[in-house]
Design a protein around this ligand. Sequence first.
Ligand code: HEC
Length: 117
Amino acid sequence: MSIHFRSRGVRAALMATVRATALAGAVTGAVGAGSAAAQAEPSRGQLLYGNHCIACHDQRMHWRDQRRARDWESLRNWVRHWQGTQQLQWTDADIDEVARHLNDTIYRFPKPQSPRA
Ligand code: HEC
């Protein structure tokens, strides 16, 4: 596994994510093999988000009626914005990973051909 744990917080975030994923899996069990594979090992985007972002807002924020993110581009801009406010200095790749994680799990905007599929 190529993910490097940067801080102890990752472990707690990972556990929270695993629990949340298990719950989501129970609710949306019919989604298919793709999501089952995704659940087996959290993506880098999932870990980054769980470690740095979830403290302030859980998934309800992204489900609300007045969503700020309206498409793939604006979602990515929001991720860029928030990692900036947290001074995380994420690379474009990190931003992509987290935006993809949020998009795959919540927003489901159509997105341009993923740059590094
Ligand atoms: C300091 C608390 C805080 C942290 C940390 C934080 N957020 Fe947020 N986030 C908010 C608040 C508050 C809003 C709602 C802003 C608004 O409505 O103007 C928001 C909104 C968003 C939205 C838009 C949601 C929508 O309406 O569709 C995205 C995407 C988002 N955050 C991503 C992130 C990511 C990625 C991180 C981690 C890098 C992060 N946030 C960290 C507080 C936080």
